[in-house]
Ligand binder design. Structure first.
Ligand SMILES: Cc1cc2nc3c(=O)[nH]c(=O)nc-3n(C[C@H](O)[C@H](O)[C@H](O)COP(=O)(O)O)c2cc1C
Length: 381
């Protein structure tokens, strides 16, 4: 009943978005959404009446992961809230967690415009922001203001400026951002280490095992006080992903997020007429869905005993989230689904997941994690 009502509201959202909002510039719409979100965060009495049924509060979906209580399995992925406007609002939309950033040691004004676009028929967003952000000092200041009702993640990456052009400088730059976050009294619960942004101008790559090893050793040495998740690429071969995971499990990393944007313009989910017109950038949404599902399974199958797997990419329905969970994700994150299906999608997914768990005879979400995947193929590495 609640799920059907949310689905009807989502139908109205889609009508308005597809016939009106999607004619406006994507970046402008994003900025307006963030400002409206911040206004609602500060005036929560406006949205409080809906809270009792939208906030995640089903005990079957509540989990303690790495010592953090997640009241719901749907998180906001890094990139949408890059100015820390939304953490207080997110629970009112059904989110169980939210990541802010990616923030970098030094601010970056973003790549040249256009930085955002929509491929409506392909259900994809075109992203070319290149870590547009106000810098880690800004982030920790904003995170000081509040205590939040849900776990907040702080995503950190390498500053996207020409000076940070070698592996050594990139590691020093990332270390510096972590140190600033660590030394501040900022209020957040976990870190994301973003090594997979495909929109950076200076191509320092942490994918080769030696480079990743060096980066993660330096992170180990920081003895961070919060758990760290690594945000992974998805468009690598299975053996390359496994090679990266083999390095990751040797370090103080609790989990991996699978994963980031898709680059491949021949991705079968992209409609040719749209992709031909698309400018510079990489894709979120439907083009990430299939490969993200596959690499979640791969990671869980091989390293599920050692790493928490977080599913991210192309979640538009409760079934999409459930498939990722059954493949091995402990929780999921999203952005594109919100744009195409509306801000109540997380609440809709929570209700849908409860329905799907019941249908399959699971009493708790933890029983469904990895239900379609055999864990522990490679046990000792
Ligand atoms: C506008 C936009 C900006 C993004 N910026 C970041 C970012 O700064 N850091 C990051 O780790 N991922 C970033 N991403 C990738 C998302 O976190 C996510 O991995 C990807 O969009 C796939 O999920 P989705 O299909 O639900 O959108 C961005 C995505 C979008 C759409």
């Amino acid at each position: 009943m609640k799920e059907s009502l949310l689905s009807a509201i989502s139908g109205i959202y889609r009508f308005i978005a597809y016939n009106f909002v999607f004619y406006f510039d994507s970046e402008l719409t994003h900025e307006i959404a963030l400002s409206v979100g911040e206004f609602c965060s500060k005036n929560r009495w406006l949205i409080a009446p809906f809270a009792f049924w939208l906030k995640p509060r089903n005990s079957k979906l509540t989990q303690v992961i790495s010592g953090i209580t997640f009241k719901g399995p749907v998180g906001l992925a890094a990139g949408f809230d890059y100015r820390v406007n939304l953490p207080r609002l997110l629970p009112y939309l059904g989110f169980g967690s939210g990541t802010v950033g990616t923030f970098t040691d030094r601010p970056y004004e973003g790549n040249t415009r256009p930085r955002l676009g929509r491929l409506i028929k392909s259900k994809a967003l075109l992203v070319n922001k290149g870590f547009k952000n106000d810098g880690i000092d800004f982030a920790v200041r904003k995170l000081l203001i509040d205590d939040f009702e849900l776990p907040v993640g702080l995503s950190i990456g390498k500053t996207n400026i020409a000076e940070v052009c070698t592996q050594e400088l990139a590691i020093a730059d990332i270390e510096s951002a972590f140190k600033k976050a660590e030394c501040s009294p900022a209020n957040f619960n976990y870190y994301e280490l973003n090594i997979s942004c495909p929109n950076l101008n200076v191509d320092v790559s942490f994918y080769p095992p030696k480079n990743l090893e060096e980066l993660l050793s330096s992170i180990d040495n920081l003895n961070l006080s919060r758990p760290v998740f690594v945000k992974m690429p998805i468009e690598k071969s299975d053996s390359e992903i496994l090679e990266m995971l083999r390095v990751i499990v040797k370090h103080k990393i609790v989990g991996v997020i699978l994963g980031n944007l898709a680059r491949d313009r021949n991705n079968p989910a992209l409609i040719k007429e749209e992709v031909d017109k698309a400018g510079k950038g990489n894709f979120s949404g439907m083009p990430t869905q299939k490969r993200s599902d596959e690499v979640i399974k791969l990671a869980y199958e091989n390293f599920g005993e050692k790493l928490i797997v977080v599913g991210c990419g192309g979640i538009f329905t409760p079934e999409d989230a459930y498939r990722k969970i059954r493949n091995g994700a402990s929780f999921v994150q999203m952005i594109a689904g919100l744009i195409f299906n509306g801000p109540l999608l997380p609440a809709q997914i929570n209700f849908g997941l409860a329905r799907l768990l019941k249908k399959d005879g699971f009493n708790h979400i933890s029983e469904a994690i990895g239900a379609d995947t055999k864990k522990g193929k490679i046990s000792d590495l």
